[in-house]
Design a protein around this ligand. Structure first.
Ligand SMILES: *Cc1c(COP(=O)(O)O)cnc(C)c1O
Length: 384
């Protein structure tokens, strides 16, 4: 990404998110080109990664669909003028209001996560005199080898319908009058860098479509969710994730019939690298064994390190290449010991007032910001 220059920095109050829309467009172009490997592939953007409206408009411009996990996200997708039929709605805890929002908008698919939810959607659809298009979210019981807080496809996770219950719930879905079962949905986790995990998912889906096919049940839509990871260690070296390899795993391993569509719901891999959290150094504090750079951004602005033990690379802005290098613990001002962005990182010598950029912060950054300690929410500015 291209980081903001001195002139742009002068006009911003920190902490603030900075989004490089040139990189966002290049990333979207790369996704669209890579997904063209098969005309049956459809890419959706998982709004929860970053629901900023200007970004949604840009993403919609590349004709992606939207993947939503709340009624308000469905409303945000509609406000950004995503085609309703391309809006899909997942989530284990949809309220009646959420479901009605989706039904009345005529969204393309409810990804249903439990038997009881299925019955409620059918009842609400009948009450509205509508037919709900639904897919059943299956818990494929696959380990995505990612942090345990972002793995979703294991039987101990709350997401999806267990394989052992799937036959019964498929039969139930087929018997309902106001639901039309169009497909199966999967999402095994996030920040997945070992693409072999997706191959296991393909094998599981092939088994399931063969199993249901033998019973005369055919799904017109298969949805493999999101989860493609980004390079947090070297974001400037790898600004665009390996989309071509990712789609190739599905192309090489998943059997689709000519009338089936395959849906992808990518969040992090689309917006992750185009955002940085810009912050100012407040104080340098020398400890006995450590040197702290206390910055004005904290876990309330970017919670990933505190929540998932995630690491982000951090760069100093506007420093001369010849500046002496020192090691810092880069910490926020929030009253929690987990409010730490990095420990022992070499940086050009920092002073009060210097700017730093925490990279790879476009996904699950601003979207998760909160007001703990009554802090203000971070600002945001775009490169254009
Ligand atoms: C969060 C989520 C996604 C997006 O995940 P990424 O790892 O950001 O690609 C896709 N589908 C569902 C159902 C999700 O909950």
């Amino acid at each position: 990404m291209k980081l903001p220059d001195d002139r742009q920095l002068e006009h911003i109050a920190t902490p603030a998110y900075y989004y490089d829309t040139v990189l966002l467009r290049a990333t979207l172009q790369a996704v669209v080109e890579a997904a063209a490997v098969d005309p049956r592939y459809r890419v959706h953007y998982a709004i929860k990664a970053n629901p900023r409206s200007r970004l949604l408009e840009i993403i919609k411009g590349y004709r992606l669909g939207a993947d939503c996990v709340s009624g308000n996200e469905v409303k945000a997708a509609l406000a950004a003028e995503f085609t309703p039929k391309k809006i899909f709605f997942a989530g284990v805890g949809k309220t009646d209001d959420d479901i009605l929002t989706g039904l009345r908008a005529g969204i393309g698919c409810f990804n249903v996560e439990s038997e009881q939810e299925l019955i409620v959607i059918d009842r609400l659809a009948r009450q509205e005199n509508l037919i709900a298009e639904i897919a059943l979210r299956v818990n494929p019981e696959i380990d995505a080898h990612t942090h345990r807080y972002i793995t979703t496809g294991l039987s101990e996770n709350k997401f999806g319908i267990l394989l052992s219950q799937l036959d019964r719930i498929v039969d139930l879905a087929l018997s309902l009058k106001s639901c039309r079962l169009i497909g199966l949905h999967f999402h095994i986790g996030s920040q997945i860098r070992e693409l072999d995990c997706f191959k296991l998912l393909c094998d599981r889906i092939n088994d399931l479509t063969a199993h249901f096919g033998s019973k005369g049940i055919h799904f017109s839509s298969i949805n493999v969710g999101g989860g493609l990871g980004i390079n947090y260690d070297d974001p400037l070296g790898e600004p665009i994730p390996p989309f071509a390899e990712y789609f190739k795993v599905f192309h090489n391993n998943l059997r689709l019939s000519s009338d089936q569509t395959l849906h992808f719901e990518l969040g992090r891999s689309i917006v992750g690298q185009c955002g940085a959290l810009i912050s100012k150094v407040l104080y340098i504090k020398e400890g006995d064994t450590r040197r702290f750079a206390i910055i004005d951004a904290g876990m309330t602005d970017l919670i990933r390190p505190a929540l998932y033990q995630a690491t982000h690379s951090i760069v100093a802005l506007g420093k001369h290449p010849g500046a002496p290098i020192r090691k810092y613990d880069i910490v926020g001002p929030v009253c929690e010991s987990s409010d730490v962005f990095a420990t022992g990182v070499p940086m050009p010598e920092l002073q009060r007032g210097d700017y730093v950029a925490i990279l790879s912060a476009g996904a699950y950054g601003e979207a998760m910001a909160m007001r703990y300690n009554l802090r203000d929410l971070p600002g945001a500015f775009l490169s254009e």
